[in-house]
Write a protein that binds this ligand. Structure first.
Ligand SMILES: [Zn+2]
Length: 58
């Protein structure tokens, strides 16, 4: 019975991997800002980050 659980676990992992491939085909780290539409480095947008910094300084 242990092999059945291992098989189910592997099947779930493969399914998740395929889902990730389908949802994020080319590059999962390449994202675009929802506000200004520019390409972001990582999770933060450089443009919007600058605006928020300027506002926080005032
Ligand atoms: Zn932005």
């Amino acid at each position: 019975m242990v092999f059945v659980y291992i098989g189910i676990g592997i099947a779930i992992l493969v399914a998740l991997f395929l889902l990730k491939k389908i949802l994020f085909p080319s590059n999962s780290f390449e994202m675009f800002c929802q506000k200004c539409g520019t390409k972001m480095d990582g999770l933060k947008c450089s443009r919007c980050e600058d605006h928020s910094k300027r506002q926080s300084w005032r």
